[in-house]
Design a protein around this ligand. Sequence first.
Ligand SMILES: NC(=O)c1ccc[n+]([C@@H]2O[C@H](COP(=O)([O-])OP(=O)(O)OC[C@H]3O[C@@H](n4cnc5c(N)ncnc54)[C@H](OP(=O)(O)O)[C@@H]3O)[C@@H](O)[C@H]2O)c1
Length: 304
Amino acid sequence: MFINGLVRNRIIITGSNGILGQRVVEFYSSKNNIELLTTSVEDSPVSNSAEYVSCDIKCRDKIKKLIYDYCPDFIIHTAAFTNVDLSEKQREETWKINVKGVEYISEAARIIDALMIHISSDYIFDGKDGPYDENSTPNPIGYYGRTKLASENALKISGSLFTILRTNVLYGTAVNSRPDFLRWVIESLNKNEEIRIVDDQINNPTFIDDLVQAINKIIELKKTGVYNIGGPEFLSRFEFTNRIADFFKLNKNLIFAITTKELNQLARRPLKSGLLTLKAEIELGYKSHSLEGSFAIIKKELGI
Ligand SMILES: NC(=O)c1ccc[n+]([C@@H]2O[C@H](COP(=O)([O-])OP(=O)(O)OC[C@H]3O[C@@H](n4cnc5c(N)ncnc54)[C@H](OP(=O)(O)O)[C@@H]3O)[C@@H](O)[C@H]2O)c1
């Protein structure tokens, strides 16, 4: 939309109270060529930096009315049921949020020609032979992963303009959200608590700010399709934890390696995973921060 000769994009951000959602809100609420509406299921926003409407995406009419009334150019869809273990028990709730929610939003997006940017996960893969590229064959081994794959398929047949950004092991600061993995490690080791970390799950952990930059590139270039967004290094969660402890000068003697089997979680996890990002690097100019580069930004933001 042009106002006084300036392009002004109207954006809706769903899941705006979540770890990723908050960071996307922080990024766009500071831009003056953007009109922004944020939404999440809670009654009130965690930050007052933008207009907020509480809406449960399970409610078809409510979420579609919200989209029609605001008529955005872009919908950044970060809302999801993200508790992987709880998904195994609360299957109907997970399906309604992660799949039906995407169906309802894409229906409205199609009608108003909005580009829907959807966040998916490496959990659509079985982790037998990662890392994966955008053409690798999905084979989810847990219910959460099944809903994320079904959400992608729902979008692909929706007839709406869409971009799917697959990511893995998000870390970074969203001030008011539940601690991400990195902050949990720092807080635990600062309290001299022993932590047991799996050494057989391989990923390329993704700095949230890199994913936010990728989302912004999609909007600037109006790119559609599927893109992997991940970090520069493939390493085990145990190695990642030791890199965090090294950088933040924390006691590595409190970090113990265990296997995923020993952790005995409700949901199975893909072990040899990770997402190759060559396509995003070539088509979006995507460039991820080094691990230590991202840690330095987080250190400054957290003031620690
Ligand atoms: N975190 C990771 O490592 C990771 C890895 C791969 C992919 N992803 C994907 O990245 C996206 C963002 O993940 P995240 O870690 O930022 O998730 P998160 O912190 O759990 O945030 C999810 C957001 O969705 C909202 N939400 C949940 N149910 C809803 C409903 N029924 N209606 C409206 N909003 C609802 C939550 O609202 P409330 O806060 O109000 O409950 C929250 O704001 C998700 O699609 C996730 O699947 C995450």
